[in-house]
Design a protein around this ligand. Sequence first.
Ligand SMILES: Nc1ncnc2c1ncn2[C@@H]1O[C@H](COP(=O)(O)OP(=O)(O)O)[C@@H](O)[C@H]1O
Ligand code: SF4
Ligand SMILES: [Mg+2]
Length: 350
Amino acid sequence: MTTTHRSTDAPLLSVEDLSVELRVGEEMRTVLKQVSFSVEAGQTVGLVGESGSGKSMTVRAISRLLPEGAQTSGRIGFDGLDVLDLRGEALRKYRASDVAMIFQDARAHTNPVRRIGDFLTESMILNGKIGRKKAEQTATELLEAVGIHDAARRLKQHPHELSGGLLQRVMIASAVAARPRLILADEPTTALDVTTQAEVMAILKRMQQEYGMAMLFITHDLELAGAVCDDTVVLYAGEVVEQQQAKRLHHDPLHPYTAALVQARPDINQRAERLPSVPGHPTTAYEAPAGCAFAPRCRFAQDRCRETKPELVAIGDHGESRCVRAVELRGTLLMSGTTPLTADTEEAAL
Ligand SMILES: Nc1ncnc2c1ncn2[C@@H]1O[C@H](COP(=O)(O)OP(=O)(O)O)[C@@H](O)[C@H]1O
Ligand code: SF4
Ligand SMILES: [Mg+2]
């Protein structure tokens, strides 16, 4: 079994100052601003933030699947490759065997008229490495590895005959088939009920450890990130606002936004979706105000926060925060009533 570990070698994936603009009509809109983080071999890094913060665009940039007309700057390094410069055969090989994606909506990423068996064997055969018979045998083994024991029957079925949880297991089997070194999992359990979510997560973690793969795990669920990740990167309005060890996030957040996510309790009626509810409305990178993007929702905001854009700075020896008050507020972010609400926050809460 491969365990996660830190090494002094270069990371497997390094995202450096990644900025992305997307075309909307005649206009280019910023969706990511100088995002930097890294993932080491075998490590699990969580990318956390509310809807619209730029999580999926980060993953799509890494897998070179951004919408047409997108403009990128910065660098994405993968084991010595400059991912943003890959073309032709080198790009095909990177996508086919270095990284693999698992999406939130498994059903939308399978063809309803193709059998599960064809879905699983197609890319193995296309990659030219093995014949149909061997591919079918591998598909059966993969389904068994993800806990589907009646594999022979399942291989003949169509996606609509499988539950969401079973289909997501098939997606995991498909993703690991080429033995990639990095799994990009974009909210892989969000569409599932809580029990199935736990089962699928356990399988994903087991496969990751058995195959020694690194994982970039995208979620808006801080609790889940804390449970499955080694490190966490928190995104707000297309920017990294905090980076630190996942296990510390819940009791020692370094940024007021992370603290607000920790304190947000999902509405009991929406428990299955586990939507965080931080007071106020999230902003996009494109619409973010000057200064701190979180200021309109921050209960600790002061005038200086709106005047200058905070830098991402190291706090202690285990994390980084993009908050000018991070050092001063450390240890108090989860307390209630220590700081009066600002006029902005009162307005947002109305
Ligand atoms: N095809 C697109 N064209 C223009 N803007 C987009 C497109 N897809 C997403 N966006 C915008 O990019 C931002 C980041 O989106 P996304 O990465 O999907 O967020 P997340 O995955 O964190 O919910 C959002 O503001 C979203 O509205
Ligand atoms: S810089 Fe100011 S507004 Fe932004 S998170 Fe820190 S305290 Fe809040
Ligand atoms: Mg998304």
